[in-house]
Design a binder for this molecule. Structure first.
Ligand code: NAD
Ligand code: DAU
Length: 354
């Protein structure tokens, strides 16, 4: 049972990659909050991510599905949350290409269910309440060689994943405009760090380098992403939840653009050194494979608004973040083994035709 604490905060998707870092930060930093982690535990949700804080007095886990409106309503009626930080989502672009409806269900309908339940328990008095929706830079579409995504950049989503996230962002803003819901949204660039599911580029390559398997690079590897250490994203979420203004959007990014092929090469070199392998040996595993359908060329965030208005900026240099990340995966072999068994193996074989 949770203590009778001042504020009840619901964090959705807290067993996933980013959510688990947000839950940990809030549980450790705010002993006067009661933190509820609501997660369905899909293939991407893993309570092993939270082992170190699962016994904390101000933490409680609730297993449940945000697409189940009845369940969500009952939960909000019972717990009367003061705030919501919404991260639960289907998050992998390649899976969205295979099964777009799963993304509509969780990312769009799930978000609207949460908005409805929050509105219904808060509608008499929105004071001190907040619905924080965590979104992605992919809603802005794809950049050419120059320019950056600003908070004012028009939406132009290109994949079923980004279309579903863009739709959920629109619903969140519509609830502010229509019902006066106190909302805030952030759109972040690519995260990397401990606990990321190894379907995403960096942990997939770390796992394959470790095992001497091919490193599948889509197309020519020229697509560009802006990488941010996950704990810096969690810090930004903390700052925005507490100090961001209602109805505002904040872009979050790493000021750290890399071509896919260059980041994979760097990762190979870091791992060769840590594994005591000959320099250059892991790069031989790089294999160019069929490109992702509709593959966005470049993402790059202009994060000056959050820096100037809220004083947030990345705390880690990329080389340090990459080194810490590789160390974490090499030290947590059990975590990786648990995940890469079973259903993940089937997904991997299907996606990469191995
Ligand atoms: P993830 O896939 O690692 O975790 C998603 C979590 O949501 C999992 O724990 C899963 O079990 C849970 N979930 C999925 N469907 C659910 C449902 N129907 N009901 C309840 N829980 C459900 O994702 P992530 O990479 O940690 O991303 C978290 C959020 O941040 C997402 O909203 C994503 O769009 C956004 N985001 C991610 C990145 C990134 O680089 N990973 C960057 C910017 C924004
Ligand atoms: O920009 C934020 C987004 O970053 C988040 O909203 C998404 O949830 C998150 O998954 C991520 O999306 P990406 O598609 O950019 O990440 P991913 O790790 O899947 O791919 C990174 C780049 O690497 C992309 O250009 C595709 C490429 N890639 C990916 C995989 C899985 C490869 O070349 N080979 C691969 O096997």
């Amino acid at each position: 049972m949770l203590m009778d604490t001042k504020k009840k905060i619901l964090i959705t998707g807290g067993a996933g990659f980013i959510g688990s870092h947000v839950v940990r930060l809030f549980v450790k930093k705010y002993s006067d909050y009661a933190i509820y982690n609501l997660d369905k535990l899909t293939y991407a949700g893993n309570l092993e991510n939270l082992k170190d804080i699962e016994e904390a007095e101000n933490y409680s886990f609730v297993q449940g599905d945000i697409t189940d409106a009845g369940f969500i309503n009952e939960l909000f009626e019972r717990e009367k949350f003061d705030g919501v930080i919404h991260l639960a989502a289907e998050s992998h672009v390649d899976r969205s290409i295979t099964d777009p409806l799963a993304f509509v269900n969780t990312n769009v309908i799930g978000t609207v269910n949460l908005l409805n339940s929050a509105r219904d328990i808060w509608k008499e008095n929105f004071d001190e309440k907040r619905f924080y929706h965590v979104s992605t830079d992919e809603v802005y579409g794809s950049l050419g060689e120059t320019g950056f995504f600003l908070e004012t950049t028009p939406y132009d989503p290109q994949s079923p994943y980004s279309a579903s996230k863009a739709s959920s962002d629109h619903f969140v803003r519509a609830y502010a405009n229509t019902y006066g819901m106190p909302i805030v949204i952030s759109n972040c660039s690519n995260n990397y760090g401990p606990n990321q599911f190894p379907e995403k580029l960096l942990p997939l390559c770390i796992n394959n380098i470790k095992n001497g398997n091919p490193l599948p690079v889509y197309g020519k590897g020229e697509n560009i992403r802006d990488w941010l250490y996950v704990i810096d994203h969690a810090r930004a979420i903390d700052v925005i939840y507490h100090n961001g203004k209602n109805d505002e959007t904040y872009n979050i990014g790493g000021f750290n653009e890399w071509k896919n092929i260059d980041i994979v090469r760097l990762l190979c070199d870091v791992m060769d050194e840590k594994l005591g392998r000959e320099k250059g040996s892991s790069q031989q595993l790089i294999t160019f494979v069929k490109d992702r359908a509709g593959h966005d060329m470049r993402y790059a965030i202009d994060a000056s608004k959050i820096k100037n208005e809220l004083g947030w900026e990345p705390s880690l240099q990329f080389e340090e973040g990459m080194s810490k990340t590789v160390d974490w995966y090499l030290e947590n072999t059990e975590w990786l083994e648990h995940i890469t068994s079973g259903a993940y193996r089937d997904y991997y074989e299907n996606q990469y035709q191995v």
